[in-house]
Write a protein that binds this ligand. Structure first.
Ligand SMILES: [Zn+2]
Length: 268
């Protein structure tokens, strides 16, 4: 069993345009077309059973449309969706109620694309309202290549949020990119052992040895296998994790057991 906790898809009508735009803006390369069909094809080729798609709302007006589609598609063919929210949304409690009532387990924040620091009061409000309803929160963490001039989610901001929401958000927060893309030293110093999950999205090919060090130090109980597909190659990431040579038990936790628990797939 393999669960990829962090993937992206785009509506068929705009996938080609969106991928081209993001490739140029973020100086990144897409391994797939970015459609839902291309993700399912990649899953089959890579032996991945379940994926979670993380839609990002860059404007409050996008939230209802994105979420309506996610409610409709959630769980079909092994593809699960996180709820979208934007820091400028007006009725945060109402949106969180709706996300929870449709059976979604996770809410996605992207401080860079939402141009809001992770420890901004509006972000903290979203996380508090989500955690109160038993929802998890996943956030982009560290450098985003499209916004190199300002990092909107640093390890210090994460510590600030953990402090402010202490007791409420413990073990409910998932930091993408092993705690902070391109901030490996700071992650090692400040976040190892904190009550947060980290996903492996994007970073494995960038700095494989450092990534292994962070995974081993933080511990397999709070690591989630993730690729960032289409920005990461799923088959390559599966091979990279296996090649790290963790124990069978640890590999199972990383590859799917932790994710299954969060997604509520307890029958696996
Ligand atoms: Zn991503």
């Amino acid at each position: 069993m393999i669960i990829d906790f962090h993937t992206h898809t785009f509506p068929d009508a705009i996938a080609e345009r969106s991928i081209a735009y993001l490739e140029q803006k973020g100086h990144i390369h897409a391994y797939r077309e970015g459609t839902l069909a291309s993700l399912k094809h990649s899953m089959r080729q890579s032996g991945i059973d379940i994926c979670q798609v993380l839609p990002v709302a860059t404007k409050p007006s996008q939230v209802p449309t994105i979420n309506r589609l996610s409610y409709e598609l959630n769980g079909r063919d092994g593809v699960y969706f996180a709820g979208a929210i934007h820091p400028d949304c007006e009725d945060v409690p109402g949106i969180m109620d709706e996300i929870a009532s449709h059976g979604l387990k996770i809410v996605k924040l992207h401080p860079d694309y939402q141009e809001t620091d992770f420890d901004d009061p509006r972000m903290i409000n979203i996380m508090a309202r989500a955690a109160e309803r038993g929802l998890y929160i996943i956030t982009h963490a560290g450098l985003d290549p499209a916004y190199p001039e300002h990092i909107h989610c640093t390890p210090d901001m994460v510590l600030q949020v953990l402090d402010e929401l202490s007791g409420l958000i413990d073990n409910k927060l998932i930091l993408a990119h092993l705690g902070g893309l391109a901030l490996t030293e700071e992650v090692m110093d400040k976040l190892i052992g904190k009550p947060v999950y980290m996903d492996t999205a994007a970073v494995l090919p960038f700095y494989p040895a450092k990534a292994r060090e962070i995974i081993a130090a933080h511990g397999a109980d709070r690591i989630l296998f993730a690729t960032d597909s289409p920005w990461g190659d799923q088959a390559d990431f599966v091979k990279r994790i296996r090649d790290y040579g963790f124990s069978f038990e640890d590999e199972e936790k990383i590859m799917w057991r932790n994710a299954a628990r969060i997604l509520g797939l307890n029958t696996l």
